[in-house]
Design a protein around this ligand. Structure first.
Ligand SMILES: O=C(O)CCC(=O)C(=O)O
Ligand SMILES: [Fe+2]
Length: 263
C-alpha cells in the first residue's frame, strides 16, 4: 500500500514517503468547484478529440487530451499547485535549477477498459543516471478513484529498477483516493491505469515534470517565425525540432495530413 497524507502534513514526510515507496497520496487537496470547472472545460474536447489518442498503450476505451494548458485555464491551478511545486522542488531541484512540464494529459477511462500495461514513464528518455530522477508524475483524481473504476496501479519500491517482467500481482497496489486527491510517483516507478469494471468513467489529470535541461539549447519554435519554418524542407524542419523523437518526445497532436508528421 502507498502512504496517504492530508494536505497539512509536513512536506518532508510526504517527500520521504515518495522517495521510499516510489509513490504517495495526499488526500482532499483540490476544491470541488475547481475540479468541476476543469471537468466542464474537458467535456467537449473529450467528445471531439478524446478518441484520437487511442492506441495499444493508451487503450481503446480510454479518452485522452494533451497539452492541457491550451484547453483549461482552471487546470493551471492543479498543474502549478503549491503542493506540487514543493514536492517537485524536493525531488528534481537537486539535479536542475528549474524543471518543466513533460506532458499534461487528461485521462478518462471508460467502463469496460482493461488494465494498462505496467510501465515507467521515464523510459521516454533512453538513459539512467544513478541517483537522479529525470521526472516525476502527478495524478489528480477528478473522480473518486476506486479499485473497481481503475484507480492507478502502482508497484511500491519499483524505483529500484527491477525488471517489469518479474512483477507479480501481489506487488501491485492501487491509488485509491477521493476526488480532489493527488498521487505523486517517481518517473522510475512502475505503474499503469487500472481496469474500469464500472459503468462510470474514471477521470484524472496527469502532469509530468522533467529536469529543465532535458531540452534543446535554442528554442526554434519561438525564435524562427512559423512561416519561415514552414518554408524549409523536411530535413531542416526535423533539425529544428518540428518532429517527435521516437514518436513521443516533442509530440504534437496535429493533423497528419498537413505533412509535418510521419504517423
Ligand atoms: O490512467 C492512469 O491511471 C495512468 C496512466 C499512465 O500511467 C500513462 O498513460 O502513462
Ligand atoms: Fe504512466
Amino acid at each position: 500500500m502507498l502512504q496517504s497524507f492530508d494536505q497539512l502534513a509536513r512536506r518532508e514526510d510526504i517527500v520521504a514517503a515518495l522517495s521510499k515507496d516510489g509513490g504517495v497520496i495526499v488526500s482532499d487537496v483540490a476544491p470541488m468547484a475547481l475540479l468541476d470547472q476543469i471537468l466542464a472545460d474537458f467535456r467537449e474536447p473529450f467528445e471531439a478529440e478524446g478518441h484520437k489518442f487511442a492506441n495499444d498503450f493508451n487503450g481503446y476505451k480510454t479518452r485522452r487530451l494533451g497539452a492541457i494548458l491550451g484547453i483549461s485555464r482552471a487546470a493551471a491551478d492543479l498543474i502549478a499547485h503549491p503542493l506540487v511545486m514543493e514536492v517537485a522542488d524536493a525531488i528534481l531541484k537537486p539535479h536542475c535549477s528549474s524543471y518543466r512540464i513533460g506532458s499534461s494529459t487528461a485521462i478518462e477511462i471508460l467502463g469496460g477498459e482493461a488494465a494498462q500495461e505496467l510501465h515507467r514513464d521515464d523510459t521516454i528518455y533512453p538513459m539512467r543516471i544513478p541517483g537522479v530522477e529525470l521526472q516525476i508524475g502527478v495524478m489528480w483524481a477528478l473522480d473518486d478513484f476506486t479499485i473497481e473504476n481503475g484507480a492507478t496501479h502502482v508497484v511500491p519500491g519499483s524505483q529500484d529498477l527491477r525488471d517489469i517482467e518479474r512483477i507479480i500481482e501481489g506487488d501491485i497496489t492501487q491509488a485509491v483516493m477521493s476526488k480532489g486527491s493527488v498521487l505523486f510517483y517517481l518517473g522510475s516507478t512502475v505503474h499503469g491505469g487500472g481496469a474500469n469494471d464500472t459503468q462510470s468513467p474514471r477521470r484524472g489529470l496527469i502532469t509530468t515534470y522533467s529536469l529543465g535541461w532535458l531540452r534543446s539549447e535554442e528554442n526554434h519554435f519561438l525564435t524562427v517565425r512559423r512561416e519561415v519554418a514552414d518554408s524549409y524542407p523536411e530535413t531542416v524542419r526535423r533539425l529544428m525540432g518540428y518532429w517527435p523523437y521516437d514518436k513521443f518526445l516533442g509530440s504534437y497532436p496535429g493533423d497528419p495530413e498537413d505533412g509535418w508528421f510521419d504517423t
